[in-house]
Design a protein around this ligand. Structure first.
Ligand SMILES: Cc1cc2nc3c(=O)[nH]c(=O)nc-3n(C[C@H](O)[C@H](O)[C@H](O)COP(=O)(O)OP(=O)(O)OC[C@H]3O[C@@H](n4cnc5c(N)ncnc54)[C@H](O)[C@@H]3O)c2cc1C
Length: 387
């Protein structure tokens, strides 16, 4: 951190960093450092620590029980957090459905759904994507038909991260097929225990099970679980994306990972130049973040520049994992079956060898999810070039 912040802001950064460091369980820190998989229990244990400081829903306004950070504090919080080997909190409740609820839901829904998110009591998943509706999300087909005081939902969602651990799913569904696609989409909250829901795992290229297919067959959802107006769901879903992308650059974690790479190379290594190149790109990204921050503090929205952050941030994150692979060479090949589930031992003399390849493969997702980077380039082109 060598950017120009006030002494109070710097003190805030240090306070957050020291508090998080002190509260981070050693076994979770070790797993995160080595890139090992964290289970649901690990995540809940860490998120309990965050919730105790009221830092789980770090972006929420005071009015809804959050810490009410301004944009600068929010940024510094993320920087302090990302400088540690602390797992990022699961975003679906906190940065996705939470803000939709406090911005668009009725008072009853706010009182029912917000406290359990803030207090780490409920696990959400995101039911947007479908087979044939990813980038072109408006063409989604999952149908919700109103019958009295319920909706009957039929359809299929896919790539649903951690649906197998989720208590609830926020879902985009079609409630009207007679109008233009966007206007017929509604935002519905679905209890994952409702009869008619089945979750099937998708195994990804790194061998992990994060994502799923979710099938909905005559699922009866109380109409009181509809957020806002019927047919207005597209607007709600879109409104939060700019804000979400603002914190998707992962710059603090990239800086942390580059620092670790530096510690692992011998002086004069041929990899020094590549590390320096990435450090320069990262510095440029950080200045872009700060420019955005100053316009947000002046009351503006992140706007299409949030897409630039997402593109550059995710590309740099991926480049760091690529560099780690290149540094290890053949040693990056899987060294021992079952290492990813083991308790933290590392092969002697090969720092990060066991996690390098699975991490590289896992992070391919960064340039796809949250709106692919190609789509982000289209967003920027349309907004800034008027295409
Ligand atoms: C690991 C992982 C986890 C995910 N978790 C979730 C989740 O929890 N919930 C959820 O709802 N979704 C989730 N997703 C889905 C994700 O949002 C979609 O994968 C993403 O929106 C892209 O959609 P698609 O996979 O259907 O690809 P497609 O839309 O078919 O795109 C394929 C390729 O074509 C490009 N492309 C498409 N249209 C254009 C265009 N107009 N111009 C230029 N290029 C274009 C894309 O950039 C991409 O490279 C997850 C995805 C991954 C990989």
């Amino acid at each position: 951190m060598d950017l120009a912040f006030s002494p109070e802001d710097r003190a805030f950064y240090e306070h957050v960093r020291e508090t998080l460091k002190a509260g981070l369980p050693a076994d979770i820190e070790q797993k995160e450092r080595l890139g090992q998989r964290l289970g649901k229990e690990d995540m809940l244990r860490w998120q309990d620590v965050l919730a105790r400081h009221n830092w789980l829903a770090a972006g929420w306004p005071k009015e809804y029980g959050g810490p009410g950070f301004n944009a600068t504090r929010r940024y510094l919080f993320e920087q302090a957090y990302g400088s540690l080997y602390a797992p990022p909190p699961v975003q679906f409740g906190i940065t996705m459905v939470g803000p939709v609820i406090y911005n668009y839901a009725n008072e009853e829904q706010k009182a029912r759904f917000l406290p359990p998110i803030r207090e780490n009591k409920v696990w959400w998943c995101q039911g947007y994507s479908e087979p044939g509706a990813g980038s072109d999300l408006a063409s989604l087909k999952t149908r919700a038909v109103r019958e009295g005081d319920h909706y009957i939902v039929n359809g299929q969602k896919t790539w649903t991260t951690w649906a197998h651990w989720a208590d609830w799913m926020f879902c985009l569904v079609k409630t009207d097929t007679s109008c233009k696609p966007q206007a017929g989409i509604s935002f519905l909250l679905i209890d994952m225990k409702t009869p008619g829901i089945s979750v099937r795992p998708i195994k990804t290229i790194d061998g992990d099970h994060e994502v799923n297919e979710v099938f909905l067959e005559n699922v009866k959802v109380p109409a009181e679980n509809l957020i806002g107006a019927e047919g207005a769901g597209w607007g709600y879903g879109k409104a939060l994306l700019e804000h979400e992308r603002f914190i998707m650059s992962g710059s603090a974690r990239s800086r942390r990972n580059l620092k670790t790479l530096r510690e692992d190379i011998a002086p004069g290594s041929v990899f020094e130049a590549r590390i320096a190149e990435l450090e320069i790109e990262l510095k440029a990204l950080e200045f872009l973040e700060l420019r955005l921050l100053s316009s947000m503090n002046a009351g503006g929205n992140p706007g299409p520049r949030a897409s630039a952050l997402k593109i550059r941030g995710t590309e740099i994150s991926q480049a760091v994992t690529r560099l780690r692979l290149d540094m290890l060479g053949p040693d990056a090949a899987p060294v021992s079956q079952g290492f990813m589930e083991a308790d933290g031992a590392e092969p002697a003399g090969l720092p990060h060898a066991a996690m390098a390849l699975p991490t590289y493969l896992n992070l391919r997702k960064l340039t796809i999810w949250g709106g692919s980077n190609e789509i982000q380039r289209m967003v920027m082109a349309k907004a800034t070039l008027g295409l």
